[in-house]
Write a protein that binds this ligand. Structure first.
Ligand code: TPP
Ligand code: MG
Length: 579
């Protein structure tokens, strides 16, 4: 069939099963948006008009993270494209499969500093897995197919297409069954190495597992839990992988890293064999002293060879998709005898976990953020499927520590780039994902900070207008709390530019957009307010006045290692045992 370029984009998306597009139009995508209208009218796809292209980018990312299907975002050229960049970098650092398409000035005008011309190809080079500038419509069908495949094959990542206006207008033959050849390094597994790794883990006295985002992306969470149970190995997760093992599971130790839990860090550096799956040993996880990791023999499983020993030396690596590798490990596990001492270790870490499951029933006013997480966990435990997103700052780390995530793809956060303003649009994307996949009643809650929410509060309009009932659990401390915490701890409490002063009345703000909200000042009111917000079925902000003096601790102070955490409310016997 012959189509104009703009239609080819929509046809290729339909062909790939894409059910939603997030976008914001403009002069350079007039044809593309003309085709969006036809596709929407034909019932092929839903289009969500966001109110800022950063919102577009994060919403597409949130959609992917919640559903595991490619997130798609459209923008116009120039400022539309540059507004996407932060979201693209966010998706890139957390390996989200997204496809972003921007319009571009006509090919005849490229390089003339034409109106709304920005070199998006150049600008996106370093924040995408792959990018294209399509100047010949004949190439567009293949590019569309290949771009979708690259985003979703192997280690996922965002792909960008720069699409000049005349390429959208010209016609080309489109064959929906055209095949593309995208190679991923997940084809042949090194079974000998896997056998050896299984042997090491079975013979270990103190095995441990560190699970990263790769476990989510490959859908390997069941295999992970099965392996952990067979090995009696505690599982710590990175921040983005929260939920790959239910945090109610006795072997789930929580979020690791320099802002992580003592109980999650302890097994990483005190195990004799550590299996790290789908993680990249980012500086957030390793902290600043790598030598403390040298006591353990590390087996690193990753799909991306570039991650092997990029950040931390390892003793063995296995290249491959996490699900395939873990499945093969499970196949081989009966071959070797188990080291009997495992039970002792397993009981010890379980004991630590229980010790660390501290009382969060704070009655204080202003409210302690820990109490909010406790109440939110309780409310969400009534819903088998739910999604929590976070902004960035203390709100994110309080959620990382104290929210009990119970299933995969239920905790979406900007781990790599740490982008304030991610949570709200990502929640919108996640809720759309729930809606288009037949789970419209799954609650989606953004754990927000006041500073972060102000960066993207125009998206209330998106949520209201498109009937996307997300809930914002706002930890309103009137500060850029995390930066303030660092100033308190490491800069002699010299608070430079972190007091937000007069923050808006967030309930009125929500109401101005047609959303709803309420203020919560007492801990006893949190749960009912959250329940009301979820049941209301409209975008809803629960504006919780929290204590600006409550820091999120423990943490590793720079330039220390994971064994030197400071602060926190952990019981002294736990501190003594974990360090
Ligand atoms: C876009 C962006 N700008 C600046 C920062 C640096 N930063 C990290 S946390 C933080 C404070 C966030 O404040 P708020 O959203 O109120 O969250 P809180 O820490 O108070 O919970 C800042 C400014 C960032 N992460 N992202
Ligand atoms: Mg704040």
């Amino acid at each position: 069939m012959k189509f104009r370029g703009a239609r080819v984009v929509l046809e290729a998306l339909k062909n790939d099963g894409v059910k939603a597009i997030f976008g914001f139009p403009g002069g350079a995508v007039m044809e593309l948006y003309d085709e969006v209208l036809s596709a929407v009218d034909a019932g092929n796809v839903r289009h969500v008009l966001c109110r800022h292209e950063q919102g577009v980018a994060h919403a597409a990312d949130g959609y992917y993270r919640a559903l595991g299907e490619v997130g798609v975002g459209f923008s116009t050229s120039g400022p539309g494209g540059t507004n996407l960049l932060t979201g693209m970098a966010t998706a890139f650092l957390d390996s989200s499969a997204c496809l972003y398409v921007s319009g571009q000035v006509p090919t005849s005008m490229m390089g003339t500093d034409a109106f709304q011309e920005a070199d998006m190809f150049g600008l996106t080079l370093n924040v995408t897995k792959h990018n294209y500038k399509v100047t010949d419509v004949q190439k567009l069908p293949y590019v569309m197919k290949e771009a979708l495949a690259i985003a979703q094959t192997g280690r996922p990542g965002p792909v960008f297409i720069d699409l000049p206006r005349d390429v959208q207008q010209k016609e080309v033959e489109f064959d929906p069954n055209m095949t593309v050849n995208v190679k991923a390094n997940n084809n042949s597994l090194d079974t000998t190495k896997i056998k050896e790794a299984v042997k090491m883990l079975l013979q270990a006295e103190r095995p441990a597992i560190l699970a990263g985002g790769g476990v989510l992306m490959s859908g390997a969470w069941n295999e992970l839990v099965q392996l952990a149970e067979l090995l009696m190995a505690p599982v710590s997760t990175t921040l983005v992988a929260k939920g790959v093992i239910s945090e109610m599971h006795p072997l789930a130790m929580g979020m690791a890293g320099f802002h992580g839990r003592r109980t999650a860090n302890f097994p990483l550096i005190n195990s004799d064999v550590l299996l790290a799956v789908g993680c990249r040993f980012s500086d957030r996880v390793t902290a600043w002293q790598q030598s403390v990791w040298s006591k353990t023999q590390i087996i690193h499983v990753d799909i991306d060879f570039a991650e092997i020993e990029k950040n931390l030396p390892v003793d063995m690596y296995i290249l491959g998709d996490a699900k395939k590798v873990l499945t093969e490990m499970l196949n081989q596990i009966s071959n070797v005898e188990m080291n009997g001492k495992k039970l002792e270790w397993s009981n010890k870490v379980k004991e630590l976990k229980e010790m660390c499951d501290c009382n969060l029933e704070f009655e204080d006013v202003p409210i302690k953020p820990q109490r909010v997480m406790r109440e939110l966990s309780k409310v969400l435990s009534n819903y088998k499927r739910h999604v929590v997103t976070t902004e960035v700052g203390q709100n994110q780390i309080f959620a990382g520590h104290f929210l009990k995530s119970t299933h995969a793809r239920s905790f979406l956060t900007s781990g790599g780039l740490g982008t304030m303003g991610f949570g709200f649009p990502a929640a919108i994307g996640a809720k759309v994902a729930m809606q288009v996949s037949g789970q419209p009643d799954a609650p989606v809650v953004d754990v927000a900070g006041d500073g972060s929410l102000m960066m993207v509060c125009q998206e209330f309009a998106t949520a209201v207008e498109n009937e996307i009932p997300v809930v914002i659990a706002l930890l309103n401390n009137r500060w850029l709390g995390m930066v303030k915490q660092w100033q308190k701890l490491f800069f002699g409490a010299r608070y430079s530019a972190t007091n937000l002063g007069q923050v808006p009345d967030f309930v009125k703000l929500a109401e101005a957009f047609g959303a709803k909200g309420e203020v919560v000042v007492r801990p006893g009111e949190i749960r009912e307010a959250l329940e009301r917000a979820i049941k209301e079925g409209v975008p809803y902000v629960v504006d919780i006045k929290t204590d600006p003096e409550e820091d999120i601790l423990p943490m590793v102070p720079p330039p220390k290692g994971l064994n030197e955490m400071i602060g926190g409310r952990c019981p002294p016997e736990l501190v003594e045992r974990c360090g």
